[in-house]
Each structure stands twice: as C-alpha cells, then as structure tokens.
Design a protein around this ligand. Sequence first.
Ligand code: DX5
Ligand code: ZN
Length: 213
Amino acid sequence: MINIAPSVLAADPLNMERSVQRMLDAGCDWIHVDVMDGHFVPNLGFTPALVRALRRRWPTVPLDVHLMMDNPDAYIREFAEAGATGLTVHAEVAGVRDSLKLIREAGCYAGLALKPATAAGEVLSLLPDCDLILVMTVEPGFGGQHLNAAMLDKLKEFRRLGWTGLLESDGGITLDNLPRLIDAGLDTAVMGTALYSAADPAEAVRRIRAMST
Ligand code: DX5
Ligand code: ZN
C-alpha cells in the first residue's frame, strides 16, 4: 500500500486544522511538514510549534518532518520531542551521518533526502543509518513545481541496489504521474498541491489506492 503524505505547505494557513482534517477524512495516511531555513533553500517554513500542535490534535497520525536546513542537529531533539514520527535530513548537508544517528537516538525514523543533482551512488555508505529515502522530484523549497521525470531512474536505482526501506518522493506529484513513480519503486508519496487543491480529495485517494493494488 502507498503511504499518502499531504504536505501542509499547501494547506490554508488561516485554516490549518480544517485543511488537514479534510486530508485525513479523505483517507490520507501521514502528514508531511516542510521545515525551511531560508539558507539551505530560499524559502522559510514551519517550526517545532506546528509539529507540536499537529501532534496534540492528531495523537496517532505519522508526522513526516522534512528538514531543509543547514544545521539540523541543533533542532532534531526539539522536533522529536514535539512529536515528529520521522525526521528527514538532506544528503547535501555536512555531517549527515551524525544527523541520521541523532534522529534514531531521538526515537524517530531517520530519513535521507537527495536533491535532484545528488546521485543514489553518492549515499550508499549512509543506507545502513537510514529508514527512509526521499528522492526529491523538484528542487526543494517551493510547492507547485513540475516533477523532474529523470528522478524515476533514481527511484529504480535504489530498488536495484537492494533498498527495501521506505522510498518516498516529494515535489510535483500528480495523479497522472504517480503510477510511473509507483512502477519505479515508490511507496510513499508526498503531495501538496495535487491533494490540497483537489475538488474531491477522497476521490483522489480512492484513485491512488486503485493504482497500487
Ligand atoms: C518542496 C516541498 C514539498 C512541497 C510539495 O520543497 O518539500 O513538500 O510541499 O508540494 P507539491 O506537491 O505542490 O509539489
Ligand atoms: Zn517536503
């Protein structure tokens, strides 16, 4: 089964609770939270306060927190204590192996994200420290971009290399391109615009479930 992880970046910021509830009512599995520091990516994103609030409101929903930042180590414990289920750090950031270890020590699953220019072969030695691989299908930083189709080969490459853990993509995923991602080995789909702007998110989720059975 595919884990469907709507990204709160696409939620209505003035109606966050209602907006996220609509995704959960539609049958989505996880909540994806983008944290951006204005340095690793040219945008600003969410903080531990949002993770804490989401966790209080939905005690059991997996919170998948994507740290697009240069110094994740300073915040890993805080995000874990706020209630994150998983924390994903970027392979392009110095000291990522230590970050992955800190994440597991903090009791979360450890995710490793790759920007489009980072090849699967560059992170092989990190795989034993990871529970999830996130293949970015756009340059990180903004929602509503177009998926880079060359990333399908990167998903396949991870499966070819024997990766059996969670394999996630993020950026530009639509109901039209998702079947190809699933064929390439994806099991966890982050979707912002495609789900939050869907007229009928429950119907979108039904269509996604039908793709993966
Ligand atoms: C991009 C973010 C994504 C973003 C995806 O940097 O990491 O999580 O919200 O949004 P869509 O699905 O609109 O591309
Ligand atoms: Zn993300």
